[in-house]
Design a protein around this ligand. Structure first.
Ligand SMILES: O=C(CO)[C@H](O)[C@H](O)COP(=O)(O)O
Length: 224
């Protein structure tokens, strides 16, 4: 049976209790976390920066998947990522909508140079034709099934259809790119994305703060 990677979104964690929330993930065989960086520009919300991430990775051994929902404003594009790279993330994701072609190339090259999986995200309204040419050179594509910016929103089903199209293209061409989904994932919507052929499932409000975290985590990780 296919094994899905579950990456709980720290956006829905309790920050007064973060260590417990992350330990709960590890106790339930979850060794990835999804770290949402928002800038109140690309998205209408502001979250956390590199210091909190460095504190996390200095104490807890987990694979870090950073999802940048930002418009980079540093004079030198790659400078923005320096402090995040110090936290040793496994994967970094930037939105295709927030970069021009030159920045997209710089971002992918930066990831490769630092041995970090290079990932591009597409918002619900963005067609996959915008990203297809990058598939052979990136490690992961993140399909957003909510508008980026907030946890706890409802799953946008038509956006999930992109996963099926991407699965076909990736398999037909023997690309190694993984497909990740983020937004509105629960026990029902996870079945839809698994059927479409997803590899990595991000879930925030469905997991954190829930008494039956263990059962929910098991449901997400298992097959349909
Ligand atoms: O990137 C995000 C929002 O922009 C979050 O990762 C995502 O929404 C997770 O929250 P939930 O599972 O509650 O929808």
């Amino acid at each position: 049976m296919k094994k899905f990677i579950i990456a709980p979104s720290v956006l829905s964690a309790n920050y007064m209790n973060l260590k417990n929330d992350l330990t709960q993930c590890l106790e339930n065989d979850i060794n990835w976390i999804h770290y949402d960086v928002m800038d109140y520009d690309f998205v209408p919300n502001l979250t956390f920066g590199s210091k909190i991430l460095q504190d996390i990775t200095s104490q807890i051994k987990m694979n870090i998947d950073i999802h940048f929902m930002v418009k980079v404003k540093t004079k030198n594009f790659t400078d923005f990522f320096v402090e995040y790279i110090k936290a040793n993330p496994q994967m970094m994701t930037m939105h295709i909508e927030s970069m021009n072609a030159k920045e997209t190339k710089l971002f992918i090259d930066l990831c490769k140079k630092n041995n970090i999986k290079a990932s591009l995200a597409v918002s619900p309204q963005t067609p996959i034709k915008k990203i297809i040419k990058y598939l052979p050179i990136i490690d992961n594509i993140l399909v957003m099934t909510v508008e980026p910016g907030f946890g706890g929103q409802s799953f946008i089903e038509h956006a999930a259809g992109k996963i099926g199209l991407l699965r076909k293209i990736i398999d037909q061409n023997n690309y190694k790119t993984t497909i990740e989904v983020d937004g509105g994932i629960n026990s029902e919507t996870s079945k839809i994305v698994k059927d479409y052929g997803v590899d990595i499932i991000v879930a925030g409000s469905y997991l954190f703060g829930q008494k039956d975290f263990a059962q929910r985590a098991k449901k997400l990780a298992g097959g349909n």
